[in-house]
Structures are given as structure tokens and as C-alpha cells.
Design a protein around this ligand. Structure first.
Ligand SMILES: Cc1cc2nc3c(=O)[nH]c(=O)nc-3n(C[C@H](O)[C@H](O)[C@H](O)COP(=O)(O)OP(=O)(O)OC[C@H]3O[C@@H](n4cnc5c(N)ncnc54)[C@H](O)[C@@H]3O)c2cc1C
Ligand SMILES: NC(=O)c1ccc[n+]([C@@H]2O[C@H](COP(=O)([O-])OP(=O)(O)OC[C@H]3O[C@@H](n4cnc5c(N)ncnc54)[C@H](O)[C@@H]3O)[C@@H](O)[C@H]2O)c1
Length: 480
């Protein structure tokens, strides 16, 4: 069969696929982008992930703030309309869909084919019984929500992020399985709209990737909003359309009210459709074997986005694509490096984390100091009432001159933390010292000033009595 030829074929049009396809198109290459259906263009982020979840969270936060304004005398009444909120979510998606749809992308110059792709050789694929070949192929097929079988599940409505944004009415008692970012973000949003939310995780803490200093403080905040947590626990069975049994790791059983269950239990990779063997692409368990250039065991096939099986974020896909683009177009090859990676969990307050965690610093035997603070010393936090925010920084441990220490990692728990921490992310990747943060004048009163307060407190610790004595001497006897 005749094969149509391309410079690059990209399988999957989510954050991974779209980014690399558009990047290569920009350089004048002939690029074929494939997805299963036109509704799937934009992938998880646009259709069932970041965009609907952040829009939904925004709606619920607006309602929460209106309710909180009652303390200032504002009378708020009326019933929350879930269909109106979901309509808002769809409207927000529609805005982004204007530039993430097949017609638009074709006009931009991409070749788009809708259908399920599978490899038929090391450099060619088949879609809808037609064959296509390229110098390089990128697999950007994403991941899917992990689902578990629950005894009695047919008695109740069970959701994942793929269908929860279709809900027409609010479940009264909503159980969220998993305490990762998916359940924590959406659980808080549903709770604020009026569901009684219980979050269940088999591990002992929420947001396992976060330091307990941060995750415990967030859990406390969420509990103050009446969200229940059952940790070290799993769902055992659905008893009826309104009751579930939860079992703790100690074997204790507890019946709790439940009208609906949401599964935020992590992600699964599935490459069955792709017929990887035909291209000589090896797997290791459920993951594709990759080197640090995101190259498979077939040197002309690469992976981007969730399918790479490392960090599962839209901006991780962007990072993959920047690496692939560099390695396709430049003789100086780059390798994947997560040492300055960052992410934000969009709860209220937000959690923003970057660089190395304490566990990683220990593992890598990097000498470090741990600096912790709340936001009590921030006047911005006082005026906006979030003094219980937290900041955690890891800085290099220096024998002499701690001011020359660089920022190794850290987290912020505060409203807008995802914006506040951006300069720390830059400090971390650009090797900026804490003295440089200390020297910066922050407009008053900004929350980012906490960076300076934390490092100033640390630098002041090095100020010995004899140093103060010398300074006093200068004041008394020095030239004016
Ligand atoms: C509820 C939720 C909220 C999230 N919020 C955030 C957030 O705020 N920030 C963030 O950075 N990340 C967030 N994420 C993660 C983010 O959505 C994903 O990391 C990202 O969308 C992955 O992009 P991808 O391109 O790898 O995969 P996908 O977006 O899943 O795209 C893969 C595409 O490949 C197609 N495909 C699969 N197999 C084939 C085949 N054989 N042939 C043709 N096409 C195929 C699929 O149809 C799909 O469209 C969130 C995730 C969830 C679930
Ligand atoms: N703001 C963001 O950037 C954002 C938001 C949502 C999701 N994401 C991405 O999506 C990915 C998936 O998120 P997630 O929350 O689904 O997964 P996750 O892997 O982060 O969390 C899943 C949780 O489920 C628990 N769990 C697993 N099986 C269980 C069981 N049978 N019973 C009880 N608990 C169980 C695990 O202990 C874990 O804590 C994240 O890793 C993240 O990369 C990002």
C-alpha cells in the first residue's frame, strides 16, 4: 500500500501532541497530528482535566467568597445552580477550543487525521486502513483515570474526571476516593457548593508529594470547611444508594452516608492500541522504556506528555516538547532534568512547590537547611487574613557565609501561592542566592515579601554579638 510521507507524525493532540506538532510546524516541517475523534482534540487538559476543573473551582470559589462576605453585612440568598456552573465550565472550554480544534489547526498548516493510530513498522503507522510514514514519530497518547471495582457499585453513581463535569445535580453526600490533587481540588469545590464531602485515602497523608508541614496545614484548613478525611482507609462496599462501608488499615469498618463516589486514584497508561512491537518499541511493565532524551528503544520514536510516565502535568508536557524540539533541531542534545520542576495544586489556599524535596535532598546527600515560617510577619497576609499560610524553603548549607546559599526547593501554602512563588522558581533555576532575595525591595505590602522575611531571619541568625559590636563602633567613630 502507498504510504503518505511526513517529516513528523504525532499521535495524540493533548498538551503533549499539540505542543510538539505546532513547534515543528513553526520551523516549516510537514507534520501529521492524529487523534481519535474531533472531540478529543486538546486532550485531557482542555476536555476533562485542567480547564474544566479550574473553571469549576473558580465558580465554587466565587460562591464561597460571596458567602463569606456575609461577615461584612452582605446578605446572600438564592440557590446555587449546578447546571449554570457547568454551563460556565463549557463556555470557558469553548474559548480555548477556538484555537484547539481540527479546522483551526488545519488552517494553521497541520495535517490532521481522526482515527486510532497503530504502528505497522519502525517508521510507519496505520489509521483508518491508510498508511503514513515519517522520519520521526512522537507518541503523546496520554493516560486515563485509574478505576477500581467496588462491591455494590451499581447501586450508586460513580464518577471520574471524565464524566463528573456532566453532573446535573449536586450529590448530598459525595465520597472522593484518593487524596491526590484531583480529589483534593474537586472535593473542596464540591464541598463549597454544598455537598458533604468525605475524602478517603489508603495512605496516611493527603497530597503525598508535598512536605507534611504543608499537607497537614492544608488538611486542617479543609477540615475547618467541614470536609471529612478518612486516611489509612479504603472503600469496602456500597451498601445501598445512600450508604458505603469504609475499612481502615487496622481492620475497623465504618458505615458512612454516600450518594455518589468520585475516583481520583491516579492514572493508568495503556498502549494496547498502538501495536508497539511492530515498531520495536520495548516496554517495562506498563511503561514505555525511555532514555533521558525521551527516546524509545526505536531511536526514531519519542514520547511526550503523560505517556512518558514521569511527571503528569500539562507543563511537564511543555518541558518534554522543549527538549524534543531542541534535540530535533540542534546538534547540542539535552536530557530530561526535573531538578527545577514545579507545580501548583489549585485548592484555596493554593499549594505551590518547586525544586528538591527534603527526601530528595537526603537521598542525593546534598547539604541543606530547612527554613519554615507562617505568614504572620506578612502585612499583606494580615490585611487579607491569611496569616496561617505557610512557607518552606530548602537552601544550601554553607559553612561560612550563609548569605551565598542558593535556593534548592520549597513550598508555599497561601492564596495565590502559584503566582507568589514564581520568583523562587526562577531563583532556583537561575542559581540566585538568598542575599540577592534579601537585597530586593518588595513593594509594600506584597505576599512575596515573605521570601525576604524568611531569608532575612536566616541571615540575621549569623549576626554574632562581636559583629554587632563592630557595627556599633562604626556608628560611633566612623566617618559621616
Ligand atoms: C482533573 C484533572 C485536573 C488537572 N489539572 C491540571 C493542572 O491544573 N495543571 C497541570 O499542569 N496539569 C493538570 N492535569 C494533568 C494534565 O491534564 C495532563 O498531564 C495533560 O493533559 C496530559 O497531556 P497529554 O498530551 O500527555 O495527554 P492527553 O491530554 O490525554 O492527550 C492524549 C490524546 O491522545 C489521544 N490518543 C490516545 N491513543 C491514541 C491513538 N492510538 N491514536 C490516536 N490518538 C490517540 C487521546 O484521544 C487524547 O486526546 C490535570 C489532570 C486532571 C485529570
Ligand atoms: N493542579 C495540578 O497540576 C493537577 C491537578 C490534578 C491532577 N494533576 C495531575 O494528575 C495526576 C493524577 O492525580 P490523582 O489525584 O488522580 O492521582 P495521585 O496519584 O496523585 O493520587 C491518588 C491517590 O489515591 C490513593 N489511592 C490509590 N488507590 C487507592 C484506593 N484503592 N483506596 C484509597 N486510596 C487510594 C493514593 O494513595 C494517592 O494518594 C497527578 O499526579 C498530577 O500530576 C495535576
Amino acid at each position: 500500500m502507498k504510504e503518505k510521507k511526513y517529516d513528523l507524525i504525532v499521535i495524540g493532540s493533548g498538551s503533549g501532541g499539540l505542543g510538539i506538532a505546532m513547534g515543528m510546524l513553526e520551523f516549516g516541517f510537514k507534520v501529521l497530528l492524529i487523534d481519535k475523534t474531533s472531540e478529543k482534540i486538546g486532550g485531557e487538559c482542555l476536555n476533562t482535566g485542567c480547564v474544566p476543573s479550574k473553571s469549576f473551582i473558580n465558580a465554587s470559589k466565587t460562591i464561597h467568597q460571596a458567602q463569606k462576605a456575609q461577615e461584612f453585612g452582605l446578605e446572600v440568598n438564592g440557590k446555587i445552580s449546578l447546571p449554570k456552573i457547568m454551563e460556565y465550565v463549557r463556555q470557558r472550554q469553548k474559548v480555548i477550543r477556538q484555537h484547539e480544534n481540527a479546522d483551526y489547526l488545519r488552517k494553521k498548516g497541520l495535517h490532521i487525521i481522526l482515527g486510532t493510530a497503530k504502528f505497522i513498522s519502525r517508521s510507519s503507522i496505520e489509521i483508518n486502513e491508510k498508511n503514513y510514514r515519517a522520519k520521526n514519530i512522537v507518541i503523546a497518547t496520554g493516560s486515563s483515570p485509574r478505576k477500581i471495582n467496588i462491591k455494590g457499585a451499581d447501586l450508586i453513581s460513580c464518577y471520574t474526571n471524565e464524566d463528573v463535569f456532566q453532573l446535573a445535580s449536586l450529590p448530598a453526600n459525595f465520597i472522593f476516593l484518593g487524596a491526590g490533587p484531583v480529589s483534593i481540588e474537586l472535593g473542596q469545590a464540591f464541598s463549597r457548593l454544598g455537598s458533604r464531602v468525605t475524602i478517603i485515602d489508603r495512605s496516611s497523608s493527603i497530597l503525598k508529594k508535598e512536605d507534611p508541614f504543608i499537607s497537614n496545614a492544608l488538611q486542617k484548613k479543609l477540615e475547618q470547611e467541614n470536609i471529612d478525611f478518612l486516611l489509612n482507609a479504603e472503600i469496602e462496599e456500597i451498601l445501598s444508594s445512600s450508604e458505603a462501608v469504609i475499612k481502615t488499615s487496622g481492620g475497623e469498618k465504618k458505615e458512612i452516608p454516600a450518594d455518589a463516589v468520585f475516583m481520583g486514584l491516579g492514572r493508568e497508561l495503556d498502549f494496547d492500541d498502538l501495536n508497539l512491537e511492530a515498531a520495536g518499541i520495548e516496554t517495562d511493565g506498563n511503561k514505555i522504556k525511555l532514555n533521558r532524551k525521551l527516546q524509545t528503544t526505536n531511536k526514531n520514536v519519542f514520547v511526550s506528555g503523560d505517556a512518558a510516565g514521569n511527571m503528569k502535568f500539562s507543563h511537564a508536557a511543555e518541558m518534554h516538547n522543549m527538549l524534543l524540539l531542541n534535540n530535533f533541531l540542534s546538534p547540542v542534545k539535552k536530557k530530561l532534568d526535573f531538578s527545577h520542576f514545579s507545580w501548583v495544586t489549585f485548592t484555596d489556599p493554593e499549594v505551590a512547590t518547586f525544586g528538591w524535596s527534603e527526601e530528595q535532598l537526603k537521598e542525593k546527600e546534598i547539604p541543606y537547611e530547612r527554613l519554615e515560617n507562617d505568614f504572620r510577619e506578612s502585612d499583606r497576609a494580615v490585611t487579607a487574613n491569611f496569616q496561617d499560610g505557610k512557607i518552606l524553603l530548602f537552601i544550601e548549607k554553607k559553612k561560612f557565609n550563609s548569605a551565598s546559599a542558593k535556593v534548592l526547593g520549597g513550598s508555599i501554602l497561601a492564596p495565590g501561592a502559584g503566582e507568589i512563588f514564581q520568583e523562587l522558581v526562577l531563583a532556583n533555576s537561575a542559581g540566585i542566592t538568598i542575599k540577592q532575595l534579601m537585597d530586593k525591595i518588595y513593594p509594600y505590602p506584597t505576599a512575596a515579601n515573605m521570601h525576604k522575611i524568611v531569608v532575612r531571619n536566616r541571615i540575621l541568625k549569623d549576626l554574632k554579638p562581636w559583629m554587632k559590636k563592630i557595627a556599633r563602633g562604626f556608628y560611633k567613630f566612623g566617618k559621616r
